[in-house]
Design a protein around this ligand. Structure first.
Ligand code: SF4
Length: 302
């Protein structure tokens, strides 16, 4: 944690600001305020950042970019909304293409008011963000230390927002493998996922530790085949046997299935290894995009 408190790395995104708040944000880096002397680095790579600073309101174009950047930040991460527009849409809130403040698309941890927000207020927001970051780091450590108490339970429709957020975080590594973020798991909306929960044949299992969902899988039956998909584990907790247990648990929920089927991308070595380990064997491939080919695997019930 000392590395965070001494040198937090920040990524800044202008969602649709008038540039007033952007100028004040960049002013924090100029010689008058010079936050770099405190170890605060403004990076252009979300994968290197701890804190996501967003200025401006959310519009139709910036919505997807905000979500994309947010899900690429490693855990733990903190979001700071800077300026009235980022807080609520501000003076643009009634424009035809504005959907609101940053918290209309991603969770916001620190709100910095002002029009424009003053550099002193922005620096204060980053200091608050460090406190939030430290708290989140402690929570992650506590979860990691409690994995032996993980529960594998049926998920309900009310879990959909948490599962979708986990899915988008978990699938970033897949998008990176293929250099393609058109994966259905990354494009799925909350409404679509909620509809999946309403399908009577669909079953969702979740892994819960200290009340937080850190893993999930879903499946449904077609005749005597159980189709299993989206074995997702939070990247922070991978390599601890959660994915293996999720596959075992979902298989148990289909006691009448004579056959199990899964699919994954052709370069997803981790998934392919895991399914082969469970006795699945490849039986067909299907092109999905120029970059991604689905590999289908199956196994018979023993
Ligand atoms: S809060 Fe004011 S200065 Fe900041 S982006 Fe909005 S209109 Fe511009």
């Amino acid at each position: 944690m000392s590395s965070f408190s001494k040198s937090p790395w920040i990524i800044h995104y202008d969602a649709s600001s008038c540039n007033g708040c952007d100028i004040e944000t960049l002013a924090c880096l100029t010689p008058i305020y010079d936050v770099e002397r405190l170890g605060v680095i403004n990076t252009g790579n979300p994968k290197h950042a701890d804190i996501f600073v967003v200025t401006g309101a959310v519009n139709e174009q910036s919505k997807a970019v905000i979500c994309n950047i947010y899900h690429q930040l490693p855990e733990p991460k903190v979001v700071v909304a800077v300026g009235a527009c980022a807080l609520s849409g501000g003076i643009f809130s009634e424009c035809y293409n504005i959907s609101g403040g940053v918290d209309s698309v991603i969770p916001v941890d620190v709100y910095v008011p002002g029009c424009a927000a003053r550099p002193e207020a922005i620096i204060d927001g980053v200091v608050q963000a460090l406190g939030v970051l430290e708290k989140k780091q402690k929570e992650m450590t506590s979860l990691a230390n409690s994995l032996d108490q993980a529960l594998y339970l049926r998920a309900e429709k009310s879990d959909a927002p948490e599962i979708l957020a986990l899915q988008k975080t978990a699938y970033q590594s897949e998008a990176e493998i293929y250099g393609d973020d058109s994966l259905p798991a990354l494009q799925q909306t909350l409404e679509e996922l909620q509809k999946d929960f309403e399908r009577p044949e669909q079953v969702f299992i979740k892994t819960v530790v200290n009340g937080k969902i850190i893993g999930s899988v879903r499946g449904h039956t077609v005749d005597d085949t159980a189709c299993i998909s989206r074995v997702i584990v939070h990247p922070y907790f991978r390599g601890r046997g959660i994915g293996r247990r999720l596959v075992e648990e979902i298989e148990k929920t289909f006691p009448n299935a004579k056959r199990f089927e899964v699919k994954t991308g052709h370069k997803s070595e981790r998934n392919l290894f895991q399914f082969r380990h469970h006795g699945y064997q490849e039986f067909k491939t299907e092109p999905f995009t120029p970059a991604i080919t689905w590999v289908y695997l199956q196994k018979e019930r023993k």
